[in-house]
Design a binder for this molecule. Structure first.
Ligand SMILES: Cc1cc2nc3c(=O)[nH]c(=O)nc-3n(C[C@H](O)[C@H](O)[C@H](O)COP(=O)(O)O)c2cc1C
Length: 191
C-alpha cells in the first residue's frame, strides 16, 4: 500500500476537547495553507477564503465575540460557560476559518462552489494531520453567527462559514470511530 493510501485509511481527527495548544511551526502552517488553496474548483472561481486565527487573536475573539454573542443567545449562561467561550479558541495552536464566498456565474451552480469550499476544509484537515498535528473540522454555533462571519471578512447576507479547522498537538493517538460498512454506502453499476 502506498503512503498516501495508508495515511487516508488510518488518519483520525483529534477532538478540540482533547488536543493541546502548543506551537505550530511556521513552515508547516504555510504548507497546510498552500494545500488548502490547491483544490478542485470549477471555473477557478476561488469562491472561498481562509483566515488563520492564532496567537492573541484566539483570546481577543473569545473575549470580544464568542463570550458576548453566547450571552446574547443564552441569557442564562453560567460563569463557567462564559469562561469556556472566552477560551474556546485557546484549545488549539491555530484555528483556521474557511469562508464560502459565492461568486455570480452564468453556468457554475452555487452547489459546486460549496463543494469546492468543503474541499478546502478537507485539504487543510488532511495536511495538518499528515504533518502529525491534532486537527478537527468544527462548525459549532459560531459558524452561524453574523459577527463571526464579519470577523473573517465575510458578508452575512451571502457568505457562510464552512468550518473552523482546529490545529494543535496530540496528547495521545485517537482511537478509531464507527465507520460505514462498504456495502451500505457504495454501489457499483456495471451494465
Ligand atoms: C462540516 C462539518 C462540521 C462539523 N462540525 C462538528 C461540530 O460542530 N462538532 C463536532 O463534535 N463534530 C463536528 N464535525 C465532525 C468532526 O470534525 C469529525 O468529522 C469527527 O470527529 C470524525 O472525523 P475523522 O473521520 O476525521 O476522524 C464536523 C464535521 C464536518 C464535516
Amino acid at each position: 500500500m502506498n503512503d498516501v493510501i495508508n495515511f487516508l485509511k488510518t488518519r483520525r481527527s483529534t477532538t478540540a476537547k482533547t488536543m493541546i495548544s502548543g506551537h505550530i511551526n511556521k513552515s508547516d502552517l504555510n504548507e497546510i495553507l498552500a494545500c488548502g488553496i490547491r483544490v478542485p474548483d470549477h471555473g477557478a472561481l476561488n469562491p472561498w477564503s481562509i483566515t488563520v486565527i492564532k496567537d492573541n487573536a484566539r483570546s481577543r475573539i473569545g473575549r470580544d465575540i464568542l463570550a458576548p454573542e453566547y450571552i446574547l443567545n443564552n441569557p442564562e449562561a453560567t460563569e463557567e460557560e462564559i469562561d469556556f467561550e472566552k477560551n474556546r479558541f485557546l484549545r488549539a495552536s491555530a484555528v483556521i476559518a474557511v469562508l464560502f464566498k459565492p461568486v455570480s456565474h452564468p453556468k457554475i451552480p452555487l452547489w459546486e462552489m460549496e463543494l469546492s469550499t468543503g474541499a478546502v476544509c478537507l485539504n487543510i484537515l488532511l495536511s495538518a494531520q499528515s504533518l502529525g498535528y491534532a486537527a478537527q473540522w468544527l462548525t459549532e454555533w459560531y459558524s452561524y453567527n453574523d459577527r463571526m462571519i464579519n470577523e473573517v471578512g465575510g458578508k452575512p447576507q451571502t457568505d457562510k462559514l464552512a468550518g473552523f479547522i482546529y490545529v494543535g498537538d496530540k496528547e495521545k493517538e485517537p482511537v478509531e470511530r464507527r465507520r460505514p460498512k462498504k456495502e451500505n454506502v457504495i454501489n457499483f453499476l456495471t451494465e
